[in-house]
Every structure is written in structure tokens, then in C-alpha cells.
Design a protein around this ligand. Sequence first.
Ligand code: NAD
Ligand code: TYD
Length: 355
Amino acid sequence: MRMTILVTGGAGFIGGNFVLDWLAAHEETVVNLDKLTYAGNLQTLAGLRDNPRHLFVQGDIGDRALLAALLQQHRPRAVINFAAESHVDRSIHGPGDFIQTNIVGTFNLLESVRAYWQELPDAEQAAFRLLHVSTDEVYGTLGAADAPFSEQHRYEPNSPYSASKAASDHLVRAWHHTYGLPVLTTNCSNNYGPYHFPEKLIPLVILNALAGKTLPIYGDGQQVRDWLYVKDHCAAIRRVLAAGQLGETYNVGGWNEKTNLEVVHAICSLLDELRPRADGQPYAAQISYVQDRPGHDRRYAIDARKLERELGWKPAETFASGIRKTVQWYLDNDEWINGVSSGQYRDWLTTQYGA
Ligand code: NAD
Ligand code: TYD
């Protein structure tokens, strides 16, 4: 059995957590290919600097020559694809990068992996896996009384981001059905936890609160997301990689449906307890309602019963335990936070929220 895996997008939020957890639990080497867009952050991987089992390569999943060379040199037994443009609001401002990485990039990755896999000796070919990490947003939006998304739910993506992810899922599926490529796909709900870039709701609210800034709530704040602690998600991916049925998709969710307002109030309460404001006022006083996101999906919720029934996975964290760990992590990690709060990040805040 080969003792290497190739992870793409492993300097991002989920990929970074996955690489850290994998190296802590496994003997295998990780080759980590990441383009280092604004969302890629080598500081997340700083603890691996002297780890000989972590090989970081800066590059694009769409670069076939690079992929061919990496696959030939390291001969991984699996590829786990986290690389993507991932932020809905950015996809509204500029969808081009989403089409390029999430669709064209995934196509190039599939072709590179197919060429490599076809040439493997029989036993290694049989053991090889490509796991594609996707999102529940491909299913569109739910009404308040609808059942959560199962794997059978039809694809109805509504944003440039979710449409590009849906397209990538279809390509992955087709490469299995047409060429027999041994693929697995996971569709997860909103993740949260350590190393989350502060353009997304939870880290943005924590950092804005501490900085004395407003906490921007889009529209009425009654939109619902199903929050999944990132370490639970990483455990689910390890489980699907180890035992998932080829060609199958698995939904991964936290069974934690919350409105955005509930999430923001939970963060404010924890900060009131752990780092009270100097003036004694509650952090919730900083909440501010702002213009809604165009095409904003009302509700996402995942039915994760297939993964539990077939592979025995279920989340370990409740929202209460996961959000406490997350808030504490942001309070304890100034260095990482200062590193991401660069000029580029401030430019994004001005684009999205105004001066
Ligand atoms: P992220 O934006 O934090 O990280 C993405 C990483 O991919 C970055 O390190 C970036 O540099 C890298 N990257 C971007 N384009 C690349 C390219 N062309 N080639 C190589 N690397 C490239 O995203 P994330 O939150 O860690 O999400 C990881 C995956 O999980 C994505 O596919 C995303 O669609 C999916 N997902 C995320 C969530 C969530 O809540 N964060 C929920 C569902 C699904
Ligand atoms: P986000 O973290 O961007 O994830 P996604 O859009 O992929 O679900 O947003 C989570 C929810 O929070 C979503 O309903 C949009 C809302 N939101 C705000 O209300 N204010 C904000 O400043 C941001 C970034 C998000």
C-alpha cells in the first residue's frame, strides 16, 4: 500500500484542519498542493515546518504538467480535493475565479488523476481513491417545513459559487461513470472552527466584536444554516475515504440548525463571559442590520443519516461545545489573526461592507 496522500487546498480552512489532524493520527506523508490565493494561509501550517511527512507545493489544480509531475514523483494512494473558491459573497462580486478553479480546475485535476490512475499496477489501481469535497449549497434552498437535504435531493444551485460546485460534482460523477475513476463525493453543511478566514460569518463576528466594530446581519437574520464543527467534518472525510462505496455521495452535517441571529447572539454571550467589554455593555449592542445578499438562500439543513447508517459517523460536537471552542481559539491565537488581517483583507471589507 502506498504511504502518501495528495491534498489540494490544504492551506485553506477545512483543508488545513484536515492536514493537521491527518498528520497527528496517521503515519502517511501528505503532499499539500495549494495555490495560496487570499484564502490560503501558510501560518495555519506553521506547526508542520519541521515535519518531514508534510510537503507543501504552491500551485494550481488546473496545472496539468505540475499535477502529472507530482503524481509521478509521489505516487499517492489517494487525492482529496479541497481546493476551491469558497465564498458566496465573492462569487457575487466576481464569478470568474469560481468558474476557473471550481469547474475548469476540477476538470484538469480529474484528467491528471485519470492519466495517473490508469497506469497504476492492478492492486494499486484498485486501492486508489479520489475524494471530492463539496457543499450542501448545490441543493439550493429549503422552506421552513421542508425535510433536510438527503443525497437524493435534486441539484438547484442559486449562487455563482454553488453553481460552480454543482458543476464540479457532475464532472466527478461523470468521470466515475464514464472512465471508472474511483471517486467519492462529500456534500457538507457550513463548517466552523479554528483557522476560519474572517470573511465568513462566525470568525467575522468574533473579530469585529473584539475590535469594537458593528456585527453585520444580512436582511432579517432569520436565514438558517446547519453548523458543522470542522474537526467533525475532517473525521467524516477520513471515514468516507476509508470505507465509502465508490461513486457514492455522502452528506455531512452537524444536526445544528440555527438562524444567523441565534449564532451571533451565541458568540456575543460567550464573549461577554470570556472577554467582557471594558464599558460593561453587552457585545450584542454592536449588532447592525445591513442590506441582504442578493439571491440569499433561506435555509440549509443536512440529513446525515446515510453516513451514520452505512459508515458509523456522527458529529462529536454540539453547537454549544463547538462554538465555545471556536471563540476560545480566536481569543488565544492573536498571531494567526494578525497574519490574516492584512491590507488585502481590509480591501475586501470595504468592498463588501463599505467604509
Ligand atoms: P477556503 O477558501 O478556506 O480554502 C480554499 C483553499 O484552496 C485555499 O487555501 C486556496 O488557496 C486554495 N485554492 C483556491 N484555488 C486553488 C487552485 N486553483 N489550485 C489550488 N489551490 C487553490 O475553503 P474551505 O472553507 O476550506 O473549503 C474547502 C472545500 O470545502 C471547498 O471545496 C468548499 O467548497 C467546501 N465547503 C466548504 C464549506 C465551509 O463551510 N467552509 C462548506 C461546504 C463545503
Ligand atoms: P457565510 O459564512 O458567508 O456562509 P454561506 O453563505 O456559505 O452559508 O454566511 C453564513 C450566513 O450568514 C449566511 O446566511 C449569510 C450570513 N451573513 C451575514 O448575515 N452577515 C455577514 O457579514 C456574513 C459574512 C454572512
